[in-house]
Design a protein around this ligand. Structure first.
Ligand SMILES: Nc1ncnc2c1ncn2[C@@H]1O[C@H](COP(=O)(O)OP(=O)(O)OP(=O)(O)O)[C@@H](O)[C@H]1O
Ligand SMILES: [Mg+2]
Length: 313
């Protein structure tokens, strides 16, 4: 059994390219594409594997694109288990505009999963018993999967003491929080959407995270704040960390690297402030490369001492 299991209900083959300027009508000449295996849980597994963690990436896949995605994961030596589906795995297309430095991200819905296909994902995720007890579920849900897919997973895992780590948005996130999860990693945008509040000040953000903890929706809340860094809240305290001033090549996969750093540290028995340090450094390391290349261990190790962790009174 792996130490950590990741589940990605809606994986994608990530295609990344750059072009001088994005404009309508014209043919946009692009650089040779970078291909990466993608989807939240898969990205977390890729980083965990690089850090030497015994991880298993579980995901449904089908068609030629599904095969390609799995081959890329194999090439990165990420242990994986595919649940075959009739549909074709999606591609996600990102274009970096050189003139502005902005990334344009085109996200397709993914294949339709039949009831037996999404049920098989749920069953298998519950059958596998990672030794740390940590199951990381991340990303959107594919068409056909019910909005309470993550809520069902949360309920089943909690029944025998396993700990769900969730990174998702919208209704799938909301319904899982109603059941309760071990750790949730919303971005500011996702928490704003969930609370319906603008959460402009640090006090408001912290209060929203504390409310999640107090109401039993999540034992740990890791709120990532893009260029503003991150906030970590649990019953044991609250900590804040500013983002590191690294050159930003691409923010794609920053959140997934953040979550991988956090889970890696927690599974290694580190305390919450140190886990926040690892998460922050992993996300900063992910900014250094294009596409979904994610963080490299040597960058994480170099950047971690630079992270400033501030306990909040
Ligand atoms: N522009 C940036 N400058 C510095 N650090 C950044 C920047 N963008 C992201 N980060 C780092 O990456 C982490 C995760 O980023 P973010 O909060 O945007 O989450 P995300 O999951 O990538 O967002 P979303 O899922 O909403 O697209 C941040 O906590 C921060 O440490
Ligand atoms: Mg995210």
């Amino acid at each position: 059994m792996p130490a950590i299991l990741t589940l990605t209900p809606n994986p994608a083959l990530d295609v990344f390219t750059s072009t001088p300027r994005v404009q309508p009508e014209h043919k946009l000449r692009c650089t040779a594409p970078l291909l990466h295996p993608g989807g939240g849980g898969i990205n977390v597994a890729r980083v965990l594997a690089r850090l030497g963690t015994d991880v298993l990436a579980l995901f449904p896949a089908g068609g030629l694109t599904g095969g390609r995605l799995q081959a890329l994961l194999e090439a990165e030596q990420v242990p994986n288990e595919v649940l075959p589906i009739a549909g074709e795995t999606r591609e996600s297309f990102s274009a970096h505009e050189e003139a502005s430095g902005q990334d344009f991200r085109f996200v397709l819905p993914g294949p339709l999963l039949s009831e037996s296909e999404w049920q098989a994902c749920l069953e298998r995720a519950c059958q596998l018993r990672p030794t740390s007890g940590l199951v990381v579920a991340s990303g959107s849900l594919p068409p056909g999967a019910p909005a309470d897919f993550y809520a069902r997973l949360a309920r089943r895992l909690a029944e025998d003491g396993r700990r769900l780590v969730l990174d998702s948005s919208g209704a799938p996130l909301a319904s899982a929080l109603d059941v309760g999860v071990h750790l949730v990693k919303p971005s500011l945008r996702e928490l704003q959407e969930w609370t319906g509040a603008s959460l402009q000040t640090q006090a408001q953000r912290r209060a929203a995270c504390e409310a999640l903890v107090r109401s039993g929706k999540a034992a740990i809340v890791a709120l990532s704040l893009g260029p503003e860094g991150a906030l970590l809240v649990s019953e044991r305290g609250a900590w804040q960390a500013p983002a590191l001033p690294v050159p930003v090549v691409s923010t794609i996969g920053a959140g997934d690297s953040f979550l991988a750093g956090l889970v890696f540290a927690l599974a290694s028995g580190r305390e919450l402030p140190e886990a926040l340090r690892t998460a922050l450094a992993a996300s900063a390391a992910a900014l250094l490369s294009g596409g979904t290349a994610l963080c490299q261990p040597q960058d994480l190790a170099r950047l971690a001492p630079q992270v400033e962790i501030r306990p909040l009174a």
